[in-house]
Design a binder for this molecule. Structure first.
Ligand code: KE4
Length: 424
């Protein structure tokens, strides 16, 4: 694969941008590779600046569930752009997207648009604290909820990838109220509530963990969190930045039938443009300014371009066959697992809907501790050999691959062929 222009751009980028990237995980440091610079994407394929076409298994870390440059989305953005790009005053599409989100998610009665998943979770935490008058939160080790200070204790995604113990710049006082539990461990959560019965404002959970690699909730885990939050008067917050509109059109909550008090969104609801959102019970959301006293704001929140992209994306998803995509991904993963096992390595590939992660370990995959047993050298070798054959996967063992409705049977067949060629 020719990477000359990519390499030259990366050298220049590193002089101007920390690590040469605008988000750490894109630097591919976890797999000791240089990033590929992308010139364009169409459907399930990306083309690098060197003209190399790859099959995209990353999906821009989540937003591209309908595929790159979907005509309906591109047209909506172009039309919106012709009407101006930002008004600083409300527009009709903000109401329309709020209607779509509230209609899709069983627990969401009101919603506030922001510009990223980080803003969504930061705001949801401030709201939870403001409404309950409590300061503490529970998050899960290896869970990632964006880079808001309070969440950067034992976070996942890039923080896990770089094994950053804490994060310089986050005062100890800021994370003193962040309580930690292993994912899937209700006993520890129960113990934390018993130790702080009236101090915990919220439990933040990824209903399917996507930032320690993909880890599925054990039966009863989410229901147990729901019951504990109800019992102790804390808010249950589903961080559905990845799972929202991906696990089903009603997100993880619609698929699992567990109703959180608040939900955070990102990625897919912007269709590739910067959108995040938080929403939930009206009696809670009415505390958000200007109706209530919990302040949160944003110049570009509800941006007409982003709203148009999000609306076009949801309109496509509303009529998409999630079960068919899940079935295709399931059979692909089964075959991939068999191929890799035939090479004599320990491998497990947890998957759900259009998400999967390849772990090289036999450990029971329950939480971040078990994920860390994955053989990182094998992962790096697998990642590099697949990318050299045109399969562009998540460049970290602590991330998930995210497929789209644009992926064809031919894409899956080519990925399996590439896996057949992998040598350990
Ligand atoms: P953003 O601020 O990156 O839009 O969203 C933060 C966030 C919040 N919650 C969950 C569950 C998330 O997965 C994320 C962001 N996901 C990572 C990928 N695992 C974004 C990739 C990146 O950091 O470049």
């Amino acid at each position: 694969m020719n990477t000359q222009r990519s390499e030259a751009l990366f050298v220049r980028a590193q002089e101007l941008i920390p690590g040469g990237v605008n988000s750490p995980v894109r630097a591919c440091r976890n797999v000791h590779a240089d990033p590929l610079f992308i010139a364009e994407g169409h459907g399930s394929h990306l083309t690098t600046v060197d003209g190399e076409e790859v099959i995209d298994f990353l999906g821009s870390w989540g937003p591209m569930l309908v595929g790159h440059a979907h005509p309906q989305v591109t047209e909506a953005i172009c039309k919106a752009a012709m009407r101006g790009t930002s008004y600083g005053a409300p527009c009709a599409d903000e109401v329309r997207l709020a209607e779509e989100v509230c209609a899709a998610l069983p627990s969401v009665e009101m919603v506030r648009m922001v510009n990223s998943g980080t803003e969504a979770t930061m705001s949801a935490l401030r709201l939870a604290r403001g409404v309950t008058g409590r300061d503490k939160l529970i998050k899960f080790i290896g869970g990632y909820h964006g880079h808001g200070d309070a969440f950067l204790a034992s976070a996942g995604s890039g923080v896990a990838t770089f094994s950053i113990p804490g994060t310089p710049g986050v005062p100890a006082a800021t994370v003193a109220d962040t309580l930690l539990a292993p994912y899937n461990d209700l006993d520890v959560v129960r113990t934390l509530f018993e130790a702080h019965p009236e101090e915990i404002a919220a439990v933040f959970v990824e209903p399917v963990a996507g930032n320690m690699g993909l880890i599925l909730p054990q039966p009863g885990f989410l229901k147990g969190l729901r019951d504990l939050c109800t019992r102790y008067g804390a808010l249950l917050v589903f961080d559905e930045v990845i799972t929202g509109f991906r696990l089903s059109y009603a997100g993880a909550q619609g698929r699992f039938g567990i109703l959180p008090d608040l939900t955070t969104f990102g990625k897919i609801i912007g269709g590739g443009l910067p959108v995040g959102a938080y929403g939930g019970r009206a009696d809670l959301m009415r505390h958000v300014a200007p109706e209530g006293e919990v302040y949160q704001a944003g110049t570009l929140s509800g941006n007409p371009l982003a709203m148009a992209a999000g609306l076009a994306t949801l309109d496509i998803l509303k009529h998409s066959d999630y079960a068919a995509l899940e079935a295709k991904v399931h059979s692909f993963v089964m075959e991939l697992e068999a191929i890799l096992r035939s090479k004599g390595v320990s491998v497990q590939i947890p998957h759900i809907a259009s998400l999967f992660t390849v772990y090289f370990t036999e450990a029971a995959l329950m939480d971040f501790e078990s994920v860390r047993t994955t053989d990182q050298k094998l992962f790096e070798s697998f990642y590099k050999q697949m990318r050299a054959q045109g399969i562009f996967m998540a460049p970290s063992a602590f991330e998930a691959n995210m497929l789209s409705f644009a992926h064809s049977n031919e894409d899956f067949a080519r990925a399996l062929e590439a896996a057949e060629n992998v040598k350990f």
